[in-house]
Ligand binder design. Sequence first.
Ligand SMILES: C[S@@+](CC[C@H](N)C(=O)[O-])C[C@H]1O[C@@H](n2cnc3c(N)ncnc32)[C@H](O)[C@@H]1O
Length: 269
Amino acid sequence: MTSRNVDLFDSTYSHFEADVLGRIRRKTFGEDFGQNSWTTADEYRRWAGWLGLSGRSHVLEVASGSGGPAIFLAELCGGRVTGIDINKHGIATAIERAAAHDLGDRVAFRLTDADAVLPFADQMFDAILCVDSANHFPERLRVLKEWHRVLKPGGIALFTDPVVVTGLVSKDELAERSSVGSFLFAPPGVNERLIAEAGLALIRQEDVTANAAMVSKRWHDARAEDREALVQIEGDERYAGLQRFFATVHHLTSERRLSRIAYLAQRSS
Ligand SMILES: C[S@@+](CC[C@H](N)C(=O)[O-])C[C@H]1O[C@@H](n2cnc3c(N)ncnc32)[C@H](O)[C@@H]1O
């Protein structure tokens, strides 16, 4: 991961609880559960249903961001959730949020590189969820093999890839789209092949691009309405860069040139 990537997430997570960012998330997502991606509460609830969780489940959330989604998931299913992320400000925010939600040891967060060997024993988790973050993992096959290792037999992994190349994309658009973080763009078929090579069975796949098209437009417009307050936090240059980023995501997804795909894969028993 480049240092540029870490810096960009740093600035988001270290101001995550600022009034202006909360206001923008509420305008963007309707229901703000602390997400920093293209997902909405309806979509997240639907995915929790796909995972078939119960109060006895232990879920690993990979790239847990602010921790909001992991806490939301623990409250939804009643089970345990462990979140990992590489960003220390994200993990610090997550630990604070978890304490405020009074979930005791049902939710835990660890600063961990998901693109490396995971610090967990074999067959520890019933399910894995990774939202809009797999595009940050250059060692995607190793990541999927690690998921296979830490899943219980019959366990399920759900991840989204928000940047599957499904149309013509210019080099400028690719540069703009990858301006937040270190990015890998995959053509259709690659994630499917890597899932199989990791020993997992793809049991469901869904095009969830529409959410990214909607969320990116709303995020852009909500930010524009709060420009002055955002510039105080981000500065002029970063504010303008992020506005270009959200506009580019909207164009590419609404024209289906980049697609966001959800993959549900299972470890055989
Ligand atoms: C678009 S955000 C999504 C966060 C969260 N899943 C959500 O829906 O709000 C991408 C996340 O990936 C994390 N990330 C990037 N590279 C990572 C890595 N190698 N290991 C763990 N987390 C990583 C970033 O810190 C960031 O929190």
